[in-house]
Design a binder for this molecule. Structure first.
Ligand code: FES
Ligand SMILES: [Fe+2]
Length: 388
């Protein structure tokens, strides 16, 4: 159980909040690359409580600017892109990708006023079929070279989950909550087995859980009664590594989250694949009907693993009220993640880099240490489905 204050500390991510400052130390994906086209060169992006516009100018440069124009606040989303940047639709103030104001059309020709204007701008990088941004203090670190993001012996593709209408930390706590797999997902993982006790589901397959910290986050480990073991890391602070995918949970604001899957399918013979720069992307349809309603005014699909998780996360509430939860021994991974968050928030307050921030762009591939020896094809299928 947390106090209201402790709950706010972990969940609020707007500018100036402790968790918001922590998350601003990491590059975050904001868009699939092919969402920007010549016909539609701007895209609204809501991230960490800020409304921004992603755009590609006619010289091919990509920028991310505050959506609200520095002049009198019209939306830059409706701006016109040109070779030098993007011009506000209202009075034509022109900004480049760095947020420099290059022109203020209605001012006298000799006016230097535009030199005093600086629009909020964040850097953008193109990486594995996604545009990424970094919203923290400069200098920006490197995007970590997690194995599934840089391995060349296979193909990557992107999946975009339907918008998650709740706080990001509910999804992260779920990733250090191993006991739900055998209950919430029992029908999806049972395969040919008959479940005789739907309360316990497949809980009795598991001998024990364990959690330990490693260099990039927390490992959750299940030991099955048949001796097999599986481990899945949380890559701190907002990534779940699964067998063949990473699931990146990007807070849009305190009560909405965008989830990108980067899936990696190794080539059968280990050969190097020369993959195209624009990766295939699939947009998963809403798991809810109606799609934009909140519990209890919507009905969740429950026929696949990710839909089941989506139900569990959203029905906890827009921001789960942790002042009235009752954690048990199986929830110790959740306690560990909260402690890690508090510790890393403190590091940021002291001016230090939090866990997982990589400063050297030349760093080697990061082994995200997933180990899998699951106890049956059903479980493997479940993991494939989670990332499918
Ligand atoms: S509001 Fe953008 S140029 Fe006036
Ligand atoms: Fe799950």
């Amino acid at each position: 159980m947390l106090t209201q204050e402790e709950n706010e500390l972990l969940t609020r991510i707007g500018p100036g909040t402790p968790a918001g400052e922590l998350l601003r130390r990491y590059w975050q994906p904001i868009s699939v690359v092919n969402e920007l086209t010549e016909e539609a060169p701007t895209k609204l992006v809501r991230i960490l409580g800020e409304d921004l516009v992603l755009f590609r100018d006619k010289s091919g440069r990509v920028g991310l600017l505050e959506d609200r124009c520095a002049h009198r606040g019209a939306s830059m989303f409706y701006g016109r892109v040109e070779a030098r940047g993007i011009a506000c639709p209202y009075h034509g103030w022109l900004f480049d990708t760095e947020g420099n104001c290059l022109e203020t059309p209605a001012e006298p020709a000799e006016s230097k006023f535009h030199l005093k204007i600086k629009h909020k701008a964040y850097p953008v990088q193109k990486f594995i079929g996604l545009y990424w941004t970094y919203m923290g203090p400069k200098p920006a670190p490197a995007i970590p070279k997690y194995d599934l993001w840089v391995r060349r012996d296979g193909r990557r593709r992107i999946l975009v989950q339907p918008q998650l209408d709740c706080n990001w930390f509910q999804a992260m706590e779920n990733s250090v909550d191993p006991s739900h797999l055998q209950v919430l997902h029992q029908t999806s993982i049972a395969g040919n087995r008959t479940i005789t006790d739907t309360t316990r589901g497949l809980t009795d397959d598991v001998a024990e859980f364990d959690f330990y910290e490693f260099s990039h986050g927390i490992m959750k480990k299940r030991v099955y009664k048949n001796g097999s073991v599986d481990e899945h890391p949380v890559l701190f602070p907002n990534i779940l590594r699964q067998s063949n995918a990473t699931q990146i949970r990007v807070p849009m604001d305190d009560t909405h989250t965008k989830i990108f899957f980067v899936r990696f399918d190794p080539s059968a013979d280990g050969s190097i694949v020369d993959q195209e720069e624009i990766l295939p992307a699939k947009y998963v349809k809403s798991y809810k009907n109606p799609p934009d309603a909140l519990h209890p005014f919507t009905r969740f699909r429950m026929d696949e693993v990710q839909a089941q998780d989506h139900m569990a996360w959203e029905t906890q509430g827009p921001i789960s009220d942790r002042t009235c939860e009752r954690l048990a021994t199986a929830d110790r991974g959740i306690v560990m993640l909260r402690e890690m968050m508090r510790r890393e928030i403190d590091k940021v307050k002291q001016g230090l880099d939090p866990l997982g921030v990589m400063r050297d762009p030349g760093h080697g591939m990061i082994d995200s240490k997933l180990a899998e020896s699951l106890n049956g094809p059903e479980y493997r299928r479940e993991l494939r489905e989670m990332a499918a």
